[in-house]
Design a protein around this ligand. Structure first.
Ligand SMILES: C[S@@+](CC[C@H](N)C(=O)[O-])C[C@H]1O[C@@H](n2cnc3c(N)ncnc32)[C@H](O)[C@@H]1O
Length: 315
């Protein structure tokens, strides 16, 4: 249908549009045009008034949907506690968070190279030692922790979130000349976007009770690694293996039976092995679109370049 062809971004510019406040492994910023072309028409027609994203990560798709459509209720969740805490804090305590980030930014920019390095590693230690976190705590007690998370994300090497097997954030210091640590305008826009959102910590099945026939659900699980050397799951200390992919496919069927419109993305095993029919088998009967994406397959530069990813929809 013609409406489906309108790509992101298509909303008229009004106030500043919210965008991801963290750089996140597997972020979908680059894939937004392709995703935009495969959205369900009910978003334009107004029949889809609810949106759920149970692997929210950096939220690139959520922000686009919130910026572009007249969706009234949102549900976002993730299994990463610090990430969920960040969304909650921005939703409820954005001004306090901005104050803390401005203080950090002023301090950090005033330091020389050695000073910055020391400040980064001190902050990283404090962040790792402070992991007694409880999501039941009032968000104002945790703005400091969220400020540290954003600072580390902005100043670490490659600007990513990655933890080791003990759950410690272990990315080294990056050497950016003038990293933007406090983007107050965007944080306020993010906060506005979150006002109609239920923000939950938990497994992807946590959205079950929210989802109905008026809901569009976008599912972006950790990728099934497309080569033995690639390790795209390192931002989360527990692997999302084939058994988890199967459990997710089962849940996808369940949500489809509830009448929801669904889109799921994953890596395309055919990039490496044309005989691997893992997703074709799991999602037989659904629409499987191959879209081209440019991301790093492994650390070997020669193997970087355009590859395909899968978008699987039930409409
Ligand atoms: C590919 S990332 C999502 C990226 C996101 N679409 C973006 O644009 O940034 C996958 C996310 O799933 C989360 N995750 C891993 N296992 C999960 C589970 N069982 N239930 C819910 N979330 C999970 C990870 O913490 C990670 O944030």
């Amino acid at each position: 249908m013609q409406l489906k062809q309108i790509p992101f971004p298509f909303a008229p510019p009004q106030e500043a549009k919210a965008k991801p406040f963290l750089k996140w492994a597997g972020g979908k910023g680059q894939l937004l045009p392709q995703i935009g072309q495969h959205l369900p028409t009910g978003l334009w027609e107004g029949s889809l008034t609810k949106y759920a994203e149970p692997f929210i990560g950096g939220g690139a798709v959520f922000f686009q949907i919130a910026n572009s459509f007249n969706v009234r209720e949102f549900f976002i969740s993730d299994m990463n506690e610090d990430l969920v805490l960040a969304y909650r804090t921005i939703s409820q305590q954005v001004e306090l968070l901005i104050e803390r980030l401005q203080t950090i930014e002023l301090l950090y920019h005033g330091l020389n190279a050695d000073g910055r390095r020391g400040f980064f590693y001190d902050t990283r230690d404090q962040f790792n030692q402070g992991r007694t976190l409880s999501l039941a705590l009032a968000p104002e007690d945790e703005t400091e922790r969220v400020a540290r998370l954003i600072f580390l994300n902005r100043t670490c090497f490659n600007g990513l979130y990655r933890v080791n097997s003990r759950g410690d954030f272990n990315v080294p210091h990056g050497k950016y000349r003038n990293p933007r640590i406090c983007d107050a305008t965007n944080l306020r826009s993010v906060s506005r976007s979150l006002q109609n959102a239920e923000i939950r910590f938990g497994d992807f099945t946590a959205c079950r009770d929210f989802v109905d026939e008026n809901t569009f659900v976008y599912l972006d699980p950790p990728y099934r690694p497309i080569s033995r050397t690639a390790n795209f799951n390192s931002y989360f200390k527990e692997a999302f293996g084939d058994e988890e992919q199967k459990r997710l496919a089962h849940f996808y069927h369940e949500l489809g039976n509830a009448g929801a419109k669904l889109m799921l993305s994953n890596s395309d095993p055919h990039n490496e092995n044309p005989d691997d029919s893992f997703f074709q088998d799991l999602y037989a009967g659904f629409s499987i679109h191959k879209v081209s994406a440019s991301r790093r397959i492994n650390s070997n530069g020669a193997k970087r370049g355009p590859i395909t990813e899968l978008l699987i929809s039930n409409y």
